[in-house]
Design a protein around this ligand. Structure first.
Ligand code: ADP
Ligand code: F6P
Length: 330
């Protein structure tokens, strides 16, 4: 890949919700930049830290022993000021003051919108998809999803053990904001009887109640419902189901445990390549881009184009998830 070395100093920040594998992306960006003779800086606490000039020099040693760690060594934050033109100008001024002429932003769609604004103000920016939600339209992979679904899957297996012993119904709520990818994957991986996704749920609770009663009649010991955060209300749903079926029902909300932990091999490797790729784009003189994984390849898109794309749940995956559920096994 040809480099013009136009960019002399690259800043890296993580923004929005943290995700396992963000450290691998930071490490890769820092080491790739240093290898190419660029000065690397870490910006702490996302756009908030940028506004407050919380900026540190990064050496190769600073990212040692980080690839296996969850969270983000640069910390993260949500920053309301970045949504205003005044805040965006201030952030761009801080970049200029610190000689940052290239910026790698690791986060989700919101963080990319911030990067897009900085690009319009003359700061070369590249986004790297980092979110457990898998809800970024331009890419088939987002850093953290693989670890999060594995964490959730293991937790649901554990709930299932006790659910079976007590012959209960269990509703397990997983994260994903408005998207159902974590729920869909866990639904398949954990063999859930019902999978409730914001993209698909028809709010027909009676259907679920009928399934539970019918399955119990056939001798099934447990009934696992994976419920997406976008639907929520698991506790009240459990109360209603228990009242209607007479079967003890418990709700478990997995919550932030899904965002922590040591990243899986997949998250470490994809994040490493994406972090390095972002630096390579900046060194090619590119800006206003977002790194993506599409059809088995690492690619990049214009941020405007990336943000205008819409993502739909894979229909076949949904069909099979339902087909494999005990509810539909005749
Ligand atoms: P994510 O990046 O995971 O989607 P958020 O939506 O919380 O998370 O966005 C992270 C941060 O990105 C916000 O706190 C804000 O600082 C910045 N941001 C979000 N939307 C915009 C926007 N439209 N313009 C500028 N900055 C934005
Ligand atoms: O975007 C990641 C995510 O964990 C979502 O799944 C969830 O809706 C949200 O962040 C929770 O945000 P917070 O950490 O601010 O509670």
């Amino acid at each position: 890949m040809a480099t013009t070395n136009k960019v002399k100093t690259i800043g890296v920040l993580t923004s929005g919700g943290d995700a396992p594998g963000m450290n691998a992306a930071i490490r890769a960006a820092v080491r790739r930049g240093l290898q190419k003779g660029v000065q690397m800086k870490g910006i702490l606490k996302g756009y908030d830290g940028l506004m407050n000039e919380e900026i540190i020099d990064m050496t190769a040693r600073d990212v040692s022993d980080t690839i296996e760690r969850g969270g983000t060594i640069l910390y993260t934050a949500r920053c309301a000021e970045m949504r205003t033109l005044e805040g965006q100008k201030r952030a761009a001024d801080v970049c200029r003051k610190h000689g940052i002429d290239g910026l790698v932003v690791i986060g989700g769609d919101g963080s990319f919108a911030g990067a897009q604004k900085l690009a319009a103000l003359g700061i070369n920016t590249v986004g790297v998809p980092g979110t457990i939600d898998l809800d970024i339209a331009c890419t088939e992979y987002t850093i953290g999803f693989d670890t999060a679904v594995n964490t959730a899957m293991e937790a649901i297996d554990k709930v299932r053990d006790t659910s079976t012993s007590h012959e209960r119904c269990s509703i397990i709520e997983v994260m994903g904001r408005n998207a159902g990818y974590i729920a869909l994957w866990c639904g398949i991986a954990n063999g859930a009887e019902d999978i409730l996704l914001p993209e698909k749920y028809d709010y027909d609770e009676q259907k679920i109640i009928n399934n539970i009663i019918e399955n119990r009649r056939k001798g099934k010991k447990h009934h696992i419902i994976v419920n997406a955060e976008g639907i929520g209300h698991s506790t009240s749903m459990a109360r209603r189901i228990e009242a209607a079926t007479g079967i003890e029902t418990r709700a478990t909300i997995l919550g932030h445990m899904q965002r922590g932990g040591s990243p899986t091999c997949k998250d470490r490797v994809y994040a490493s390549i994406m972090g390095a790729y972002a630096v390579d784009l900046l060194l090619e003189g590119k800006t206003d881009r977002v790194v993506a994984y599409k059809n088995g390849e690492y690619v990049d898109y214009d941020i405007d184009e990336a943000l205008s794309m819409t993502k739909t749940l894979p229909e076949y995956q949904w069909e099979i998830a339902r087909a494999l559920s005990y509810n539909y096994t005749k």
